[in-house]
Design a protein around this ligand. Sequence first.
Ligand code: SF4
Length: 379
Amino acid sequence: MATLREVLEANVREGELHEKLDDKRIRCFACGHCCPIPDGRPGVCQVRFNRGGKLYVPFGYVGGVQCDPIEKKPFFHAYPGALAYSFGMLGCDLHCAYCQNWVTSQALRDPAAVSPPLRVSPEELVREAVEQGAKVIVSTYNEPLITSEWAVAVFKEARAAGLITGFVSNGNGTPQVLEYLRPWVDLYKVDLKSFDDRRYRRLGGRIQPILDTIRRLYQMGFWVEIVTLLVPGFNDSEEELKRLTEFLASVSPDIPWHVTAFHKDYKMTDCDNTTARDLVRASAIGKEAGLRYIYAGNLPGQVGDLENTLCPNCSALVIERYGYLISNYRLTPDGSCPSCGTKIPGRWDASFRGQIASRPYLPRRRRRLSDYSWLLSVE
Ligand code: SF4
């Protein structure tokens, strides 16, 4: 029986995001690690590797697919109510102890993370997304930057089918990967986990490439939303939240900031779960920093107006939500407040088209995909 590593090494193609160094070494630009990879070795993410002086990258499989309301990604200022067909591969460039997708992200690092891959083509993924009624297709679950070549192949098909495309990412990017993605990615969510470089190093990264990426994404015209999972005792001090939200406001006060509740997961079980009060406190810090659109997530019905979009000028209710459910939609066709006409930044349809689902579900396959199959049983 093949190991997972052997299976993944067989489902690759030559990568594009790299430069050649001396002695058959390669530097990969897909994420902020910019690994110099010697011949015969993988990068930090374990899924991109150098064989004979050529970079090979994951291609032709998914670690999982799911139909999500776009509010789950979360995007609150992009096509409210839309169905986001979500897919991921395996592996990550970070190793967060509280990862909520660890079964896919840590597949080659943690023997307990077992998620057998499914073989699929870009055309088949897009066909299924369209059959499910998706408006948006999103690369998520593992870190999409490290599988950017696959995402672009899928998104080229998706664009041809009229879909909007998105990344749900830790933001550990490079100028090269953002230039590569810009023609094909519309929406970009960054998980800004902390504002402390020492803490980022505990997760396996550095903060500076992530801050640079957020600024660059905004300047390049991606639609950007930011999430911070609030972990009590890890990243929730007043001082850290103040610096984090002041940074975001310096990029643009119009960037939506989602501050979401942590629950004990994976290897981080010694921190308390986040309370609604914690979220409200963090939101107040963000508001003081100048952010105009702040959302408290994961505790529906417990955070007052912090699930809703309010006009920053007159405080009128513009979009009302309960969890992922859109319960009232009052945005005008040109994306403005219905009371005072203030433009609300975002990517909006001319009208609300209802929701196919306000909860995630696994796709019901109406048509058998020709070779959509388990790649094999892995050890
Ligand atoms: S994606 Fe990042 S971690 Fe993986 S090889 Fe490239 S630079 Fe290294």
